[in-house]
Design a protein around this ligand. Sequence first.
Ligand code: VGL
Ligand code: ZN
Length: 208
Amino acid sequence: MPISPRTALLVIDVQNDFIPGGQLAVPEGDRIVPLINRLAEQFKQVVIAQDWHPAGHASFASSHPGRQPYDVIQLPYGEQTLWPDHCIQGSRGAEFHSGLNLPHAQLIIRKGCNPDIDSYSAFLEADRVTTTGLAGYLKERGIDTVYMVGLALDFCVMFSALDARAAGFNAFVVLDACRGIDLNGSLATAIERMQVAGVGLIQSTELL
Ligand code: VGL
Ligand code: ZN
């Protein structure tokens, strides 16, 4: 299927720390890499999102004495799940999986850089006001439709998809090119929230 030039592929957080063996491994996270490479060949516009935290980030359990990874705490902007230290700026865990092959991608958008605010979404940080500039970039390039793939389906992919819709884009998530963490039912909740928001949930066969 020829894909319109007004369409972009957003490849989310395919980084060593989210791959089995990494600090915040997503089960089977490595399995989607060859499929993402094939899908990307169909797109003229490819954007890569990269989780990119300073050491001591507010989303790390290690930054909150007495807290453990996966605890949920209250931060000034709301609830925050605490994670193991991951995707620290410049670390090997923050690098893209070595099999990811996206030579024609033109933009890498780094997120979660603010020490006090997490950012699952590639569009909007967790305070829900600070933008990454991604919506503006896409709009200035005439893009009206965004397909999303990557990790983790129930966190960064879901929030990126919801924010893409909120910013006025048509949004699709290619489910078999994603994997989830599934923390306390988060995967089922994510599917439900995306459906309610009008995110198209598709399989890669619809694009290949
Ligand atoms: C992510 C938890 C913390 C993700 C990033 O990429 O889904 N999840 N940081
Ligand atoms: Zn993170």
